[in-house]
Design a protein around this ligand. Structure first.
Ligand code: PMP
Length: 316
């Protein structure tokens, strides 16, 4: 169940019972101002009794990149972290679609607001249930936010820096209050950057077009995978370049993508109907292919998924 906590967390180099992973309240203060995190998903394949974790090495490499930019030292190798995650999933018997969230934060930073508090980092890995919404017919309506996406001269947009997320949160709150589901943010150049917490792509005149990685976007692992699938499997031409908001109004299809968003069709932008107002054919084809990859039933699954077999305990 989504509100149930896992039995174990991985914290400071070992598995710890959930109840025992506590910090003193005064440590909360500024400890996360420079924290970075990852969002990783595992998909449950009931037939194979196996959890398929999507692009785990790529997510861990991005965690290392994020830590580097905010000057947090990483005391583990990526192989050690990969093993820690596999062991944690095994210990928690995560036989459902699962979200895995490593969080690195500066330890002993209480009261140190602006000093180089990052001399030491603590690393926490949490898991929780997160069901898929792929191919469920779920769609969203977007508005262009009045908030501007953070730029690389202000904060590092390409990494998963916790403080970045205030930007997307403000944009989401505004969008939802105004009756939309999701916000699209423009960058300081007035070009489309991304959605709050996901990347954005559109289909126009048969091409898949998405803002390039210098448009102020997170270096998204899902976006990268979908561009590969579009090019190599669906034979669609791909353009990574600055994107105008009015191009989106005229697009045949729009969708957001990301670990949490998976592929989410967007059927309106600023009350302009996109295409015929329903999930478009390219989006649907991408969703089908992506669904198969994530659940271990596509030739690409082998390269992109880390398998954690979890046979059900047999009770006599
Ligand atoms: N942009 C932002 C701001 C995000 O938080 C996410 C989700 N991690 C994405 C884009 C999509 O990135 P990914 O595909 O790596 O999850």
């Amino acid at each position: 169940m989504a509100d149930q906590h896992p039995k174990y967390l991985w914290w400071r180099g070992e598995q710890v019972r959930w109840e025992d992973a506590t910090v003193h309240v005064t440590d909360l203060a500024w400890s996360t101002v420079g924290a970075v995190f990852e969002g990783i998903r595992g998909y449950w394949n009931e037939d194979q009794e196996t959890l398929f974790i999507f692009r785990l090495p790529e997510h861990l490499a991005r965690l290392a990149d994020s830590m580097k930019v905010v000057r947090l030292p990483l005391a583990y190798s990526l192989d050690e972290l990969q093993s820690a995650i596999i062991d944690l999933i095994t210990a928690n018997e995560s036989r459902e679609d699962t979200y895995i969230r490593p969080l690195a934060y500066s330890s002993r930073s209480s009261g140190k607001r602006l000093s180089a508090a990052a001399a030491e980092a603590d690393l926490l890995i949490n898991t929780n249930v997160m069901p898929t919404h792929l191919l469920t017919g779920y769609t969203q309506k977007a508005r262009i936010s009045s908030w501007t996406r953070i730029s690389d001269t202000v904060m590092p947009p390409r990494i998963k820096n916790i403080s970045n997320y205030r930007n997307g949160q403000l944009a989401t709150m505004e969008a939802v209050q105004d009756g939309y589901d999701v916000a699209f943010l423009l960058n300081p150049q007035g070009k489309v950057a991304e959605a709050s917490g996901a990347c954005v792509a559109m289909i126009r005149r048969g091409k898949l077009i998405t803002p390039d990685v210098t448009s102020g976007i997170l270096e998204s692992i899902t976006r990268d995978a979908l561009l590969t699938i579009a090019r190599e499997d669906l034979g669609i031409e791909v353009e990574e370049r600055p994107v105008d908001r009015t191009e989106m109004y005229l697009a045949d299809e729009v969708f957001t993508c990301g670990t949490a968003a998976e592929i989410t069709p967007v059927v309106e932008v600023d009350r302009y109907q996109i295409g015929d107002g329903e999930t478009g054919p390219v989006t649907k084809a991408l969703e089908q292919k992506f669904q198969a990859i994530l659940h271990g039933t596509d030739p690409r699954s082998e390269a992109w998924c880390t398998l954690v077999p979890l046979r059900a305990a047999v009770h006599a």
